[in-house]
Design a protein. Structure first.
Length: 206
C-alpha cells in the first residue's frame, strides 16, 4: 500500500526513497521513458507537487535511480572480481557471471542505467558511477593482459570495452525475452563463458 504522507506527516528521507521505489516499479512496468513525474508521485502516494522537494523533474529522478543502480552494480562486480583472487582467469569468468546476475536480478535498475538516454551534461551522476563499474572491468583486463608477453598484449582499454560489450550483449539478449534467444541451446552464463574463453584464446591465453 502506498505511504500516506499527508496522513502521517512528512519524515525526512521517506519521500525520496518512496519516489525512488515508485520509479523502479514504473520502469519495470513501462520502461525508463514510459512514465511521468505525476505517475511517480501517484505511485508513491503523494501529491503531484511533493516530488519537487527532492527532484526538479522526472529526468532528475531517473538519473538518481540510474546512479544508484551503477553504484550497486559496481559493488557486485568488485565483490565478484575480488582483486583477481585466487586466480585471475577464474575471477574473470566470475566477473562475467556477476554482470549477468545483476541484469537478471535488477532489471529495473539495469534499464534505468542503460536505456534512460539522459543528457550527460545535465546529469553527470550516472556517468561518475558508471566509471566505477568500468574500472573493475579495466582492472580485470589489466590483470589478464599482464600474463601475455608485452609485444602481444592488447590495449587494456580495448579489452575492457570488448568484454563489456560481450557481457552487455548477452545480458540484453536474455533479459528482454527476445525470441532469437530461444535458438541458443545454452544458458546466458554458458554463452558468455564460451565467448570469453574464445576471446582469451584469441589474445594468446588458453
Amino acid at each position: 500500500m502506498p505511504w500516506d504522507f499527508h496522513r502521517r506527516g512528512y519524515h525526512h528521507g521517506n519521500l525520496r526513497e518512496a519516489l525512488m521505489q515508485a520509479a523502479l516499479d514504473l520502469i519495470a512496468d513501462k520502461g525508463p521513458s514510459g512514465f511521468t513525474f505525476a505517475e511517480a508521485a501517484r505511485s508513491a502516494g503523494v501529491s503531484p507537487a511533493a516530488p519537487y522537494r527532492h527532484f526538479r523533474d522526472r529526468d532528475a529522478l531517473l538519473a538518481e535511480v540510474a546512479t544508484r543502480g551503477f553504484v550497486k552494480f559496481a559493488i557486485e562486480l568488485e565483490r565478484a572480481w575480488a582483486e583477481g583472487k585466487p586466480e585471475p582467469q577464474a575471477a574473470f569468468i566470475r566477473l562475467g557471471r556477476a554482470y549477468l546476475a545483476f541484469a537478471r536480478s535488477e532489471p529495473a535498475y539495469y534499464a534505468a542505467m542503460f536505456e534512460s538516454a539522459l543528457p550527460r551534461a545535465s546529469f553527470p551522476g550516472p556517468d561518475d558511477a558508471r566509471r566505477r563499474a568500468f574500472e573493475v572491468l579495466r582492472a580485470a583486463s589489466e590483470a589478464i593482459c599482464a600474463r601475455i608477453p608485452t609485444e602481444h598484449r592488447p590495449p587494456e582499454l580495448m579489452m575492457s570495452l570488448h568484454v563489456w560489450s560481450m557481457a552487455h550483449g548477452v545480458a540484453s539478449l536474455f533479459a528482454r525475452g527476445d525470441q532469437a534467444r530461444h535458438l541458443i541451446p545454452m544458458s546466458a552464463e554458458d554463452l558468455l563463458e564460451a565467448e570469453v574463453h574464445l576471446y582469451l584464446r584469441g589474445i594468446g591465453l588458453t
